[in-house]
Structures are given as structure tokens and as C-alpha cells.
Design a binder for this molecule. Sequence first.
Ligand SMILES: *[C@@H]1O[C@H](CO)[C@@H](O)[C@H](O)[C@H]1NC(C)=O
Ligand SMILES: *[C@@H]1O[C@H](CO)[C@@H](O)[C@H](O)[C@H]1NC(C)=O
Ligand SMILES: *[C@@H]1O[C@H](CO)[C@@H](O)[C@H](O)[C@H]1NC(C)=O
Ligand SMILES: CC(=O)N[C@H]1CO[C@H](CO)[C@@H](O)[C@@H]1O
Length: 658
Amino acid sequence: MNRLLYFLFFFCGLLVPLDASISADNTFTDRTIGEFREIIINTKENALFVGSEGAIFRLWAYNINDTGENVFAKKQLILSESEESECRSTASDEKLCRPSTRFLSFTNNMDSIYVCSSVGMRPEIRLLDSNSLQDQQEPRTEIGICVVDPSFNSTAVVVDNGNPEEASSVYSGIRTGMGGENHLIYRPPLTKNGKQVHASIRTIYSDNKWLNEPQFVGSFDVGQHVLFFFREIAHDNSFGERIVHSRVARVCKKDIGGRNVLRQVWTSFVKARLNCSVSANFPFYFDHIQSVKRVDKHGETFFYATFSTSETAFTSSAICMFQLSSINHLLDTGLLMEETANGQFSVTADETPAHRPGTCSSNSHSISDTDLHFAKTHLLVSDSISGGTPILPLRDHVFTHLVIDQLSNQNVIFSFDSIHRKMWKISHWKEGNEWKWNLIEQQTLRIPNRINDVALLPSEFFFVTSKTGVSQFSVSRCSDLPSCALCSLDPYCSWNAVNSKCALKTKTNEKSVGWISSSWAGRISPECSAVEKLAVKDVYLGDGIRISGAKGGIWQKDGREIENDQRHLVTENGELVILEVGAEDAGTFECLRGNIVLMKARVVVHENCARPTSVAEYRSCQREWCKKADAYKAALNIWSDSNKKNVQCKANGSNIHH
Ligand SMILES: *[C@@H]1O[C@H](CO)[C@@H](O)[C@H](O)[C@H]1NC(C)=O
Ligand SMILES: *[C@@H]1O[C@H](CO)[C@@H](O)[C@H](O)[C@H]1NC(C)=O
Ligand SMILES: *[C@@H]1O[C@H](CO)[C@@H](O)[C@H](O)[C@H]1NC(C)=O
Ligand SMILES: CC(=O)N[C@H]1CO[C@H](CO)[C@@H](O)[C@@H]1O
């Protein structure tokens, strides 16, 4: 069979790309830079800001390789020789001495970039002009914003509005101490006009009921609160295993801590479990949150998050979505748990004091000591927050990153597996009260190293950073989509009925006659059935044919599923290849995904080989004859081989060794 495949691929032009991977449209590299990491985007200015080991870059989102003066800027992070030698003598790992960014954020209405970098193991804060990347103030050293070790899963968010005295501040979920042994949610001292107006505030890190070895994945400025998403050790099970749960925790921006009790400690800290599970008799939980992104749409805020079952290579992943209103409702009204030596039990509503933990107070100094004692020990709400039906539950992958594109009729989720460099593109939309999803595309990204971070320019490109650079990929590969059905399912594509070609949807072609794009998420445009002629394939006995299909599709012939066998192959791209066509192969072939017919073709087999009347027939007959001759030769070889063996067998008197 291999020889025949070889023949088909090279002589009939049947090139079947077995590794379906995509190359970047543009790449950006800089040989002087060690590792490219954080990436943030200003979608109004189409400007991308990238942190790295050694510099911060401003790139043009439409072509990140363009280093023209107007669109490109670079800010080098430099370590003086004395700082470097001092660091080298103390650091556990020389790598930690290299100046390297750890956290980037927009501030001042996106006019400035807030940067926290680790420079010779010293955390350094900078404020850069977002056009020139020039320093807007003297860099300063400040502890508690970003970590030295990039493997620590920490988070931070810049909050410009709503803090006490309207002082701009950072909130962080971080590890401090020599070995990173203290875990805390922290706000540094607030300053106004260079003067400190409030002391720093944090969680109690010596009490693991507050945070128990948390791994932070994100933090957000939402109204009067700041939210933190993380996973932490919930408890030990009866086998002594450490059980991890995912959480959302909330603090009030106006919180300045208690007067006596909870001094310089959050008085408003509350948390709840995030429930991303497949419901069954015994729900199957995705308990390890890996990443989270925020979506603000139609006056409501949603958080999309990726989860896995564990961090090992053999794991399952899924995506869940949480509504801000449900998070707030549960944190505001749910029963608060009290942890005792013999386990956990929840507290009934009438035991909750007048000042309920988690309620924002205009002056937290005025909360009574009794209420604060209660708040200190009642941090966790007993119920969990539902993340809805898990989207794309998948084995053997960890969804480490995601970005969301908000379109008018749906959200498009781009989910990534950092190590395997895979991307999944998923439609997610609401029908009535129900959320639905559909996998549109799945690709391997041709990048040399694992993904460090991801960003999106809506409806245009997604960007990934890795060790060697930044890569820019289009949100869609329309021209690869072979049918109107598939084309109209992709929210970024439009089908040209005249040319039977799929192209990127543009403002003009979307509304023009002759172009078909779906106006409904997850639904094939009904116009497709009218324009899609049933493809007819004329083949002759013994030929090989290929029928275009769709990745992940299932092939049926006359309503019955086709299985891979000696003659039928479904390639990784979803094409159906039939070798040595026989009379029984005539019929209608359909490629389906779910109940949707994505491709359809009718195969007509011509059997008259006796008297070829056309060139095609002649070639086909020649192939038949070649095959017969091959078969004859093969038979001859087998015969002569076995003849030799027989001779040896006889001579040896035994054929055990053969
Ligand atoms: C990037 O630009 C440089 C010149 O500015 C060019 O030599 C190089 O081929 C470009 N690379 C890509 C991937 O476009
Ligand atoms: C950070 O999280 C990743 C998975 O998301 C995990 O593999 C890694 O061990 C964590 N880092 C630390 C220092 O625990
Ligand atoms: C999580 O959600 C599932 C499905 O809705 C439910 O069956 C289960 O009881 C919930 N688990 C917790 C701990 O709330
Ligand atoms: C005794 C004898 O003739 N042995 C032969 C058996 O077959 C092997 C080849 O597989 C010969 O190398 C031996 O000489």
C-alpha cells in the first residue's frame, strides 16, 4: 500500500498535509533579547506592548515586523556593572539577575505604561510614555508588586479610580519572603502628591484559611471591588491528598483595614469556589483554573476561564464562563463558612452580624471589633459559583491561555495549549436562555518554543509571545475552507457564490450580492444549500480519489459511516482518500460534524476498461494493467522467495527460524 500511496501523492498531485500547522503572518525578533513574555494591546491605536528579558517594545499590530520610526519603539532595561556583579554573588540562579519585565499594564487613560520588572532581583517600577516608551518619572524600587521568579503564578492590576483619596494604586496577588513562602493579596501604601495617605493593606499570610498556597491567574478592577482569580489547596482528603479548588476572591477598593482588629488587613475579603464541572451523578470537576479573561457586553460583565483537572501532561481541560452578577450575588448573600478543628460547617444567616463580611464600608476603621472578629474567621462562602456547561472538554491538553473576541452575535474564544502550541477557535453564543458552543477551527502554531502570553486585535489577529519572539496570526484561514457550509460557520469568513471560494469577510462583501456569510452564530447560512451544487466525481476502476472534507468531520456513504481500512483513509485535514476504486464505491459521500452536512460529493465509477475511448479511460486502464503486472511480479517474487526458503528448510531440516 505504501508504494501506491507514494504513487498517488507524487504522480496524481494528491498532496495530503498530515501535519496541519499554520505559520505566522509576521514575526518579530530581537537577537539581543532573552525571552519575550507579557503582552498587552491598545486596540484603538493598534499598538502592542511586549515585555521581555532586556527590553520593552511597542509594535504595530497590523505588522509587528515593521520597525519604522512611527510605529516602533524599544526601551532597554539596563543593569549597571556593579549591580550585576552584586546580584551574581547572591542570586541562586544567574538568570534571575537579568533585567526582565514581570508585569505590564495601561494607566492614565492608556497614555502611560506601568511596568514592574525584576532588575538584578530588585523589583523596579517604571511609568513609560506609551508612544515613545520614555520614562515619565524616575524608576523606583518597590516590593510587593511583582515577583523575581517568573515561574511564580502572581497577578496584579492597576486601579486608577475608586481608591481612598482617589489615589491610583496597584493591587497584587503575590508571594513574598526569601523562598516566596508568604502568599498575599496586597495594596501598597497609597500616596497623594508624593505624601503617604494610607498604609499598605494585605491578607493575613500566616493563616492559611485566607489563602492556602494560592496560584494566581488574574485580577480585575470591577466597580467598587477588585477581584482575584486563583486556585488553592482546599483541604486534604481522607487519603492525605491535597485537594485543589479554584476560587474568586473579592476586596473593596475603599477598604483601609480595621482600627484595632484587622489593622492593615482587608476587612472586606471574601471568597467562593468556582464550579466548572460536567454534571452527572458524581459531577466531574475541572478544579485547576489556568487563565481568565474579562468580557463586558450588553451592560453585563463575564469572565471566561480555562480549567484543567491537574497540571500534569495527562489531563483534561475545559472552558467555563462566570457572570459577575452571580459572583457578586453569592458573595453578598451566600452562607459564610466557619472552619473549626474538626472540619468545616456553614453558618446560618441569622448568626451573621450587622456588618456582613464583604460589604463595602465608606470607612472601614469604623467597623466594630466584634464584626471584624467575625470577618476574620468567616471568609469562604459555602456555595459555589456555576461556570455553566464546560466548553470544549478535551483530553490530554492543558488550556493555559485564552483570548475572547466579542462579536455582535457571539463571543469567539481562542484557547491555547502553551506546551503543545495548539489553538482552538470556538463560537459561543446565547440562544434563548441557553449558551451554546461550536468548535470552528483547531491548529498547531508553527513557533519554535512554548507560548508565554497571548493577545488579540479583535477580528484581525492574535499574537503569541515565546522565547524567541512575537508571532502574529490572522484570526481566520478562510481560503482553506472548501465549502459554503464551513465558510459560513466561521464568523470571520464569507463565501463567494460565483467563484465558489471562501474569503475573509469585509465590511463591503458582507452586504454585497453574491457573498454569503452567516448572520447567526453556530448556524450554516441557509443560502448555502442553494448555491452548493452536488459535486460529481467521475472515476475509473482502480483510480485513487480525494474528496475535500472538514477537520473533525465524520464521513458517511449513503448514510453509513466509513471506517479507515486498507482503501479508505480520512486524513488529519478531514479529506477522504479512496484507493483502488471499485464498482462498490459508487454513491453519495457526506462529511458531517454533529448533524451538519459540511461537504457532499457523488462518486460515479466508470467500469469499461475493455475498449478505452478517452485519454482518462486509457490512463485508468493502463493503471489497472500496471497493477495486474505488479501483482504478477509480486506473486513471482513470493514464489521464488518461498522456493529458496524451502530449499534452506530442507537443508536445515527445520523451518522454525523462518
Ligand atoms: C521583517 O523585516 C525585515 C526587514 O525590515 C525583513 O528582512 C524580513 O524578511 C521581515 N521578516 C518577515 C517575517 O516578514
Ligand atoms: C504555575 O502554574 C503552572 C500551571 O499553570 C504550574 O505548572 C507551575 O508549577 C506553577 N508555578 C509554581 C511555582 O508553582
Ligand atoms: C457544581 O455544579 C454541578 C453542576 O451544576 C452540581 O451538580 C454540583 O453539585 C456543584 N458542586 C458544588 C460543590 O457546588
Ligand atoms: C546445517 C545447515 O546447512 N545449516 C544452514 C541453515 O540455514 C542457515 C541460513 O539461515 C545457514 O547459514 C546454515 O548453514
